[in-house]
Ligand binder design. Structure first.
Ligand SMILES: Nc1ncnc2c1ncn2[C@@H]1O[C@H](COP(=O)(O)OP(=O)(O)OP(=O)(O)O)[C@@H](O)[C@H]1O
Ligand SMILES: [Mg+2]
Length: 420
């Protein structure tokens, strides 16, 4: 029988020592890798928590997510991050476009909407992607997918709310329409009398100054009330559009003609940027010019001290766009949410009836189009109307005349009716 072997295990042999010497760095690198994975998981967990917070505005969510990124990278002391979404940037305080950069695009519903970037402001040793690790590539890709999901979810929620608002709005409009039509007719006649008699009284010889001043106030107020009723009737009538083949450029050219003088007087630079090859659309030209006029008047009223008014037309994705942009007073988000409500106005002293944009909205939806509003207080406002390019089915006469309801597109030609 063999004796117990000497306790060799306690005395490291040369190959044990060798194994240990290689095991140590492995161990260290394993630990380092583990630390990196923990950082990545912490980052993803943080993002999930921020994104899951109900009711938090998207701006705040993105700003919080961007703060979570630098600590998850290998060199957090020199890492900075930025998320750009729809041209708007959210970044860590020290972010600069410098040094090494790792980026991933934010793709929402198949479209690129922005980018997530992590930069090292100081040089760091080379790894798999510049100084960045391949795991960091996976992480930034995962973060971009998470952010895209957050955006998709938020937008779906917004759409749901918007749809609910639209239903309530449509309900209100229908009620207002019925009421307006009957009330407006009742009021029109006495109002005409008030206006007529006030105008007569104003002409009365020897009228004391104070009385003349007061009568003038009656005339002004009656004219305003008449304007409100006119718009209300137009709004309540909700006549179906009389569609014809229209070129939006022509509507814009003819409509803007009337505003040139007014713009020049108030120091507004009027810029047209009309697409050279804009396709015709099937639409009611009178209603389209009403849309243009309402938007342009609003834009001018938003720039009492002058500014720039840009009217653009373009075509893309089966739609033509009319964009009216100003550099005026802009609107807060709270105001933007209310602008399509009938009678919502911020214009005091009888200047606004609050029906301009509801009329625009009802015309645009009757044409199957959409409206997008972007506004920033003190910076300006941009309205984009998109109208579908429907393929008209021309009903030609036997002799090949143009369709009966087509619109003359010759220079100086007119539409079926004069702009209201
Ligand atoms: N371009 C713009 N810039 C800033 N605010 C705007 C702009 N367009 C609309 N608004 C805001 O939206 C409100 C509603 O506009 P809307 O055209 O419906 O009514 P209104 O201009 O007040 O009156 P009106 O019936 O005479 O047009 C305005 O009172 C204004 O506060
Ligand atoms: Mg208006």
């Amino acid at each position: 029988m063999r004796e117990n072997p000497p306790r060799r295990r306690n005395k490291p042999r040369r190959d044990d020592a060798k194994r240990a010497s290689t095991a140590l760095p492995n161990n260290q690198s394993d630990q380092a890798a583990l630390r990196e994975r923990v950082k990545e998981l912490t980052c993803l967990y943080g993002i999930a928590q921020v994104a899951g917070r109900p009711g938090a505005p998207l701006d705040r969510v993105l700003q919080e997510i961007v703060q979570l990124l630098p600590p998850a990278w290998q060199y957090p002391e020199t890492a900075q991050a930025r998320i750009v979404l729809d041209g708007r940037a959210y970044s860590t305080p020290g972010f600069r476009e410098a040094g090494a950069r790792q980026a991933a695009q934010i793709v929402v519903n198949g479209g690129t909407r922005g980018v997530i970037e992590v930069v090292y402001l100081q040089a760091r040793p080379a790894a798999q992607e510049g100084p960045f690790l391949k795991e960091e590539r996976s992480l930034i890709d995962a973060v971009s997918r998470q952010v895209a999901l957050v955006i998709e979810r938020r937008e779906a929620e917004d759409d749901k709310l918007w749809l609910r608002d639209q239903l309530m709005h449509a309900d209100r409009l229908a009620t207002i329409g019925q009421l307006a039509a009957s009330v407006a007719h009742e009021i029109n006649e006495p109002l005409g009398n008030i206006l007529g008699f006030a105008q007569l009284a104003r002409k009365c010889p020897g009228l004391p100054n104070q009385a003349s001043h007061d009568v003038q106030k009656i005339v002004t107020a009656s004219l305003h009330a008449r304007e409100v009723i006119k718009k209300l009737l137009g709004f309540a009538r909700q006549t179906p559009p009389k569609k014809a083949l229209v070129n939006l450029n022509q509507v814009v050219e003819e409509g803007l003609y009337f505003f040139q003088g007014g713009c020049a007087k108030t120091g507004i630079e009027l810029v047209r940027s009309l697409s050279a090859d804009l396709p015709d659309i099937v639409a009611d030209p009178v209603q389209l010019s009403q849309v243009l006029v309402n938007l342009v008047v609003n834009a001018m009223q938003a720039m009492p001290k002058g500014g720039k008014l840009t009217v653009t037309t373009s075509a893309s994705d089966g739609c033509v766009s009319l964009i009216v942009e100003d550099t005026g007073i802009g609107m807060s988000q709270t105001t933007v949410r209310k602008i399509f409500q009938p009678f919502f106005t911020t214009k005091g002293d009888g200047q606004g009836t609050g029906l301009g944009l509801p009329i625009v909205q009802s015309i645009v939806s009757a044409h199957g189009g959409s409206i997008k509003v972007q506004s920033r207080p003190g910076r300006g406002t941009r309205f984009e109307i998109r109208l579908p390019i429907q393929s008209p089915k021309p009903e030609k006469d036997g002799d090949g005349d143009p369709p009966l309801d087509s619109v003359s597109k010759a220079p100086g030609g007119t539409y079926g009716g004069a702009p209201r």
